[in-house]
Design a protein around this ligand. Structure first.
Ligand code: GCU
Length: 400
């Protein structure tokens, strides 16, 4: 039973482990072409990740309406910012809102676009009292000052680089708490009594949040100013796990970014370094499916590891990033998770990433379709990370 202070941070205590191959078929033979991966094996790997980690996403809504509540020029004319409300109706509930903050550059459209969920509400992205405060449940200890997360989004920097940006708060999709599913977007497609009596994790938060990213993508597709072939989904930490799951389940997202996603994200669990699935399941019982609630000893026998999730992004672009002080998320394990996608990217003729040397603080690798960098510093997403992601995405789209 590890926690953040007693977790293993000693590389010499990492057990020797064998990673299952995402290319190994049920009969023990191996997939040999990308066509075979896409037509059958990819679906099997997706089912494994669904069964063992994140469960099913909520069904798509039956009806969505969209209201632009406000629009203004921002950052001295760099672009426009809109406050947009999506409202969903489903089979079992209606009138469920999802509020978005939308930035669009001034200049010649269509623009590439970054999408992602935020932790602390749309009002945390920029210190401007015109951005409404949340009118939905919001945990008091998370209610931050206006603009408190500005450094994590740097909207003016994205506009300067010609990127649109769309974000919404994850709590509005499902409160990040054990019983969150009862009041979540799952209500649209699952009867309330079923949610009220479900075990924790039967309807996972990470799937509810990933569903929200898909709805942002639906919305982005309606905007003539945005090039919907150039949409990058990103997320930090638990929302990095979410960005990976959203990217794995929606191939419209052409670039997928995992920032410090750690355990259940890019980091290999079989390394048993930093956070473990066992810790995660005890602390956040609503994030992962009951099938994931395994004993620590069962980790080496798991039929998958996180490179299965990452491999689902191929042949699209994938970036993974770590931070030197973020040992809880296991930087080396995140890098090796990315290396674990080599066999699938090789099938589509893409170069491999060598397992060593392991990148250290300040290093980055970018082979045109996969990227890794390790920032010097703490668990966070900063302008430095955005610079790398935007460069990577632009280069990928240029050559695609
Ligand atoms: C906790 C959790 C991590 C998660 C992180 C975050 O540290 O154990 O798995 O990534 O919170 O979302 O900030």
């Amino acid at each position: 039973m590890s926690d953040i202070s007693s977790a293993n941070y000693d590389e010499t205590l990492v057990p020797s482990y064998t990673l299952p191959s995402p290319l190994e078929k049920e009969d023990g033979s191996f997939v040999s072409s990308f066509q075979e991966w896409e037509s059958s094996q990819r679906g099997k790997v997706l089912e494994i990740v669904k069964k063992h980690l994140f469960g099913e996403l909520p069904a798509a809504p039956e009806k969505v309406s969209c209201q632009v509540l406000a629009e203004k020029e921002v950052f001295g004319g760099l672009g426009k910012r809109r406050v947009v409300r999506l409202t969903f109706d489903g089979r079992f509930a209606s009138g469920i809102n999802f509020d978005l903050l939308v930035y669009v550059p001034n200049g010649t459209a269509p623009f590439p676009c970054a999408i992602g969920l935020n932790f602390k509400g749309n009002h945390s992205v920029e210190a401007d009292s015109d951005i409404p405060l949340p009118d939905y449940f919001f945990p008091a200890d998370e209610l931050s000052e206006r603009g408190a997360s500005h450094g994590r989004w740097v909207p003016e920097y994205l506009l300067e680089r010609g990127f649109a940006l769309v974000t919404g708060c994850y709590h509005q999709l499902m409160h990040d708490e054990a019983d969150g599913a009862k009041k979540s977007v799952f209500r649209l497609s699952v009867p309330q009594e079923t949610l009220d009596t479900a075990q924790h994790g039967e309807y996972t938060a990470i799937s509810a949040w990933a569903w929200g990213l898909h709805r942002i993508m639906d919305y982005v597709e309606t905007l003539p100013e945005i090039d919907s072939k150039k949409v990058m989904v990103s997320g930090h930490s638990r929302l990095g796990k979410t960005a990976l799951w959203a990217g794995a389940t929606d191939t419209r997202l052409s670039v997928v970014i995992s920032n410090n996603s750690g355990c259940g994200g890019a980091a290999l669990s079989k390394r048993e370094f930093g956070e473990t699935l066992d810790f995660m399941n005890r602390t956040f019982p609503h994030w992962l499916t009951p099938q994931a609630k395994i004993d620590e000893k069962a980790v080496q026998a798991m039929p998958y590891d996180q490179h299965f999730l990452l491999s689902l992004i191929a042949p699209r672009a994938l970036a993974v990033a770590s931070a030197t002080e973020d040992l809880w998320a296991d930087p080396k394990g995140e890098f090796l998770g990315l290396v674990g996608t080599n066999s699938v990217y090789a099938l589509c003729g893409r170069p491999e990433i060598a397992a060593s040397p392991v990148p250290q603080g300040g290093d980055s690798i970018d082979n045109g379709i996969r990227h890794y960098h390790c920032r010097v510093g703490k668990h966070d997403i900063t302008r430095y990370d955005w610079e790398k992601y935007l460069d990577f995405a632009l280069r990928f789209w240029e050559r695609a």
